[in-house]
Design a protein around this ligand. Sequence first.
Ligand code: FES
Length: 112
Amino acid sequence: MGELKDADAVGETGNPVCGDISYIYIKVKEVDGVEIIDDISFQTFGCGAAIATSSMITELAKGMSLDDAMKIKREDVAEALSGLPPQKMHCSNLAADGLHNAIKIYREKREA
Ligand code: FES
């Protein structure tokens, strides 16, 4: 939890349902030609479910290739937490979208 000072990219996501916001920080390393998430952290200004899903996604994604991390869906995060009430499913968007945004930003920077 908290800002990753030397992050390669930061994914910012706002939740249109409630106005909460989340930042996912990633640090990427290349191992045998595959880019993996070497370090990851989050700052989430939202409800308990948003904070729990943000925390869980950092655990799920750490050490994963960027391609695999892009495949993590909000349902995967909710499942890893043994489920979320239906009215809280939108909260897990912050974590999944934030991670995907961070990876997209990282790739855009690499191609620039
Ligand atoms: Fe805003 Fe859950 S109520 S993220």
